[in-house]
Design a protein. Structure first.
Length: 331
């Protein structure tokens, strides 16, 4: 097969949404360890905003996008877990999913169960795998047991709504925060034991009230700058502050010495791509996610759909916190 054309979203420099341009990219044959995939739907994530804006610096020009689902068209030498015709989904480096077709490394691409649609597959991989490593692998001292309290910021977002449901299935008491009463209600209906509107309530005081003054074992925080300091005050002694995003901006430098008086706290900054750095780990995490979804424990809520050419508006809405649940680009 000769090189084929694929519509794609590319930026030539970091900046605002106006940097994203619809172009025709050339797609060739997969090399060793690679596949070519035709996308049916593409996932939208806050990491895409970081990469576009320059918070995460990447070489230019850059084709954006970290997750998608579709059908494998061809496989390169050495690829044994996929074949042409397979339904597949992924969250994977390098970026490039905002397109119709691409050639990419096969390592993090997983066969998509027939029971899961392409749209759901595109919406769930990055956010669902993130939830998996948070609730199953990013654990406080002694782990988490049924009945334990955890605090989860942005509980009405794509990761948050998955976390609310999965935490409920694990027997955890998830305290979810969000910026409006509507978003709080959404988190509650998806399994949050308690919800806090941080726009109108002091979330530290409410967490202490809910937990009888003890605090939570772990805070999962993708908001960053705006929630960091108060989140530390929500933790019980030896509690874990687990940062995994910067929606409000990066956390300012802090002195580790403050962690002692606050209760000998632990701090970690997690990223999905460390967890999916091997084929075995990626598949094990994906199998856990697929089971959670096909069993009905977790429902993937897609609240926004945009055409690929409307990606600028999709990013505007995401940055303005106008979105809930998951967002996809349709092709």
């Amino acid at each position: 097969m000769n090189a084929i054309s694929s519509r794609a979203i590319r930026i030539d420099q970091h900046g605002g949404v106006e940097q994203m341009k619809l172009v025709n990219a050339t797609v060739g044959e997969p090399g060793s360890g690679e596949i070519r995939i035709r996308h049916h739907a593409v996932g939208l994530n806050f990491i895409d905003v970081y990469q576009r804006s320059g918070l995460y610096q990447l070489p230019m020009p850059l084709q954006l996008g970290m997750e998608a689902a579709g059908v494998v068209e061809a496989v390169g030498a050495g690829v044994t877990h996929l074949k042409a015709g397979d339904r597949a989904a992924y969250a994977s480096q390098p970026p490039g999913s905002y397109c119709e077709r691409r050639v990419m490394p096969a390592m993090c691409v997983c066969k998509l169960p027939d029971a899961i649609s392409f749209e759901t597959g595109a919406a769930m991989m990055l956010k669902g795998l993130t939830t998996q490593f948070l609730l199953k692998r990013t654990l406080p001292q002694g782990g988490l047991q049924a009945g334990d309290f955890v605090l989860f910021h942005a509980a009405a977002g794509g990761v948050g709504l998955i976390a609310c449901q999965w935490a409920l299935a694990l027997g955890l008491q998830l305290i979810g925060t969000a910026g409006s009463d509507t978003k709080c209600a959404l988190a509650k209906t998806h399994g949050a034991a308690h919800v806090i509107n941080y726009s109108s309530e002091d979330f530290v005081a409410r967490v202490k009230e809910i937990t009888g003054g003890k605090g939570v074992k772990v805070v999962y925080d993708s908001v960053g700058k705006d929630t960091w300091d108060k989140s530390l005050d929500c933790l019980s002694p030896f509690g874990l502050m687990a940062s995994f995003g910067n929606a409000s901006g990066p956390v300012a430098p802090f002195a580790p010495g403050i962690l002692g008086p606050k209760g000998s706290l632990y701090v970690t900054r997690q990223t999905l791509f460390t967890h999916i750095s091997t084929r075995e780990s990626t598949q094990a995490m994906a199998d856990d996610l697929f089971e959670a979804v096909t069993s009905g424990k977790v429902t993937i809520r897609i609240d926004q759909r945009y055409a690929l050419e409307d990606v600028q508006q999709a990013h505007r809405d995401l940055e303005a916190r106008k979105t809930t649940g998951c967002t996809i680009l349709t092709l």
